[in-house]
Design a protein around this ligand. Structure first.
Ligand SMILES: *Cc1c(COP(=O)(O)O)cnc(C)c1O
Length: 341
């Protein structure tokens, strides 16, 4: 198959339409059989539930080429499961998990020419989502929905090398106790936009959100979970009902224990403890791990011993092991790699 003529290594994280996307509609209490389409435009009523009351949930995952030339995705079953949990919380009919995997397979196969080659650092980003599509003016769930899955090629996250970032403790809250912080919904992002733009205006790369009930515990950033390393090489990650269960973070915990023999603690992490950690990283599909060099709490700086020029040694080992597993250089645990072709 002829690849598209794209400068893979210089791609940004930006939308580019590809040849095919998958669409299935929900009506009269059932999902239709679904189909691939060339139409990149969604046609919905001006009063659609998603437009009025933000009834929509989404996922994000990548397809890429492994060392031996296969096109694969990483643990899509966990994205299928998480999308189901997100949907249920917003009264959206879940899209069947086996059909989710089938849609991933169909979209990636149909757009194989857009899957970047091994070694380019780029990947094909997949965006599955469901939204209320019929007219809703009284506040209630829609009766009709659309599941859509499109893909777009994206460049390497760390262009020109890994660079630790500076984050600030945020005065805005991300998630309320018993709220929607644990689901992947556009609404959690809409309300984070002011906070992230404000952070950027003040010269910070990201926000560290604390728990909104006590403002003493570390939660996550707007789109990534925290992973810390103690001075005696223990991996510590915050446990909370109000953070999004990152698939990358869950995979890194497994890698830390089973591949690297590290001790892992999943527990509440007090902000008070952060000054004593040796390393800090942000985990998510986009970067796998993005190292944090500095955390600023209202002018008080916490400079991680790993510094501002490279990843800390344990973070780096975790990063290299997980990316090695993903790209087929290291034997993956059973079921982690979904081969498409
Ligand atoms: C998507 C997301 C993450 C990262 O999850 P992955 O499954 O690792 O990509 C973390 N936090 C939030 C708020 C997210 O929306």
């Amino acid at each position: 198959m002829e690849k598209k003529n794209i400068d893979w290594s210089n791609l940004d994280f930006a939308y580019m339409p590809t040849d095919k996307r998958y669409v299935s509609n929900y009506k009269d209490s059932a999902w239709d059989e679904g189909t691939l389409t060339e139409d990149s435009t969604v046609h919905i009523n001006e009063c659609a539930g998603v437009l009025q009351y933000a009834q929509t949930v989404f996922e994000g995952l990548k397809a890429y080429t492994t060392e031996d030339g296969h096109i694969v995705t990483f643990r899509p079953d966990l994205n299928a499961e998480r999308l189901e949990n997100s949907a249920l919380r917003l009264e959206i009919p879940p899209f069947p998990k086996d059909r989710f995997i089938d849609a991933v397979t169909q979209v990636v196969s149909a757009n194989a020419a857009y899957v970047p080659p091994y070694g380019s650092g780029a990947s094909l980003y997949l965006r599955p989502y469901i939204f209320g599509s019929n007219a809703v003016i009284g506040v209630k769930p829609a009766d009709e929905y659309q599941f859509r899955l499109f893909c777009t090629p994206v460049g390497p996250y760390f262009k020109g090398g890994v660079k630790p970032i500076t984050i600030r403790v945020c005065d805005f809250d991300r998630a309320a106790p018993h709220g929607t912080g644990h689901i992947k919904a556009g609404l959690n992002y809409a309300m984070s936009l002011y906070a992230i733009m404000d952070a950027h205006r003040q010269g910070f790369d990201e926000n560290m959100y604390l728990d909104s009930a006590t403002r003493t515990k570390v939660e996550e950033t707007g789109g990534a979970n925290f992973l810390f390393v103690t001075k005696d090489n223990k991996v510590v990650t915050p446990k909370s009902d109000t953070i999004l269960p990152s698939i990358t973070r869950r995979s890194l915990i497994y890698v830390a224990k089973e591949y690297l023999g590290l001790e892992v603690e999943e527990r509440e992490v007090l902000f008070e403890e952060v000054k004593d950690f040796a390393e800090c990283g942000l985990c998510g599909t986009a970067a796998v791990i993005s190292p944090v060099g500095k955390i600023v709490d209202h002018g008080k700086e916490i400079c991680l011993p790993s510094g501002m020029s490279e990843m800390g040694p344990v973070t780096k080992k975790l990063y290299e092991t997980l990316t090695g597993i993903q790209q087929g250089r290291i034997q993956a645990p059973e079921g982690w790699i979904h081969v498409i072709q």
